[in-house]
Design a protein around this ligand. Structure first.
Ligand SMILES: [Zn+2]
Length: 300
């Protein structure tokens, strides 16, 4: 079986346009924002009751849904995934922001369910001026409440490992494993592994030993079996820098051999993989997404 590769695509012009863009580039899979990521999401359908404009994004209509599903069917692009708004912080020590983050994540998840997505990826959160322990407690409590309100049937909530920048939580396997354990086996909560973030967080994916030590940690904390998707990004910054800057595949500090280990790993190679690298074209006018996928397919 060959690997399932794709990329994050813009929804400009409609949600279904992202699927068409993915198909045009030769993607097997696609990731989208179901709303602009710098805005608070909106209700999944036209059910806005309160007259407040703080929920900035547009609702998803029935026609949006059918166009989206039709595009998947027509193109054969599969495993659609969403990435949640960047404003959401389930670890926030501020009650108002925490509650708004919970309400927003409910909406994000409902939107993913409505569109029939595989899941929605979320950064666990930042503890800001509290402590990592307090932040993790907040996240676990929030996820249980959100899961209860959404009662998901098909879409999973995927916690993404972070680079550990600032007070970002979920950069090591222990924190992710703790969150999975606290939210329990019966919830539809899994993990999305971002290669750039893992490398920047201190797991040296450029060496066999570094990758092994990540794998050991991921097994020890029961994270490996919970991974349901991958973000494939090389890193502009060094291993352990705790700085999140994505680079094209093979051109960063992870390098081609590092990606080959990921692509040949017996568990990881079976999972859908999404690029989140910079868009645009190279000097020969070839799309970077297409180049990155070609490089990865050759390595696989
Ligand atoms: Zn990512």
């Amino acid at each position: 079986m060959s690997v399932l590769l794709g990329a994050h695509m813009s929804i400009a012009g409609g949600l279904h346009k992202a699927v068409d863009r993915a198909a045009d580039l030769g993607c097997d899979v696609v990731q989208i924002f179901t709303q602009p990521p710098q805005q608070w999401p909106c209700k999944p359908v036209q059910v806005l009751t309160k007259n407040n404009n703080q929920w900035a994004a547009k609702p998803i209509t029935e026609s949006d849904c059918s166009l989206f599903r039709e595009a998947l069917k027509r193109t054969g692009v599969s495993r659609p995934l969403a990435h949640a708004s960047y404003l959401i912080n389930l670890a926030s020590p501020k009650d108002e922001l925490w509650q708004k983050s919970i309400d927003s994540m409910v909406i994000e998840w409902q939107r993913a369910e409505l569109l029939g997505l595989d899941g929605v990826v979320m950064h666990p959160g930042s503890f800001v001026e509290s402590t990592p322990e307090a932040g993790l407690e907040r996240i676990a409590k929030a996820i249980c409440e959100i899961h209860g309100r959404v009662a998901p049937k098909s879409a999973w909530l995927l916690l993404e490992n972070t680079a550990g920048q600032g007070s970002n939580l979920g950069w090591n396997m222990e924190q992710l494993g703790w969150l999975l354990e606290r939210t329990g086996e019966n919830l539809m909560v899994g993990v999305c592994l971002d290669t750039c973030h893992a490398h920047a967080a201190g797991f040296d994916f450029s060496t066999a030993e570094g990758f092994k030590s990540w794998e050991k940690d991921a097994k020890k904390h029961s994270v490996l079996g919970a991974i349901r998707a991958l973000h494939l990004n090389d890193s502009k910054k060094d291993c352990g820098s705790r700085v999140d800057r994505h680079e094209h595949i093979g051109l960063g500090t992870i390098g081609l051999e590092g990606f080959q280990r990921v692509l040949k790993h017996k568990t990881l190679k079976t999972l859908p993989m999404y690029l989140e690298t910079e868009k645009g074209t190279n000097a020969d006018d070839e799309e970077w997404d297409a180049i990155n996928m070609r490089v990865l397919r050759e390595l696989a």
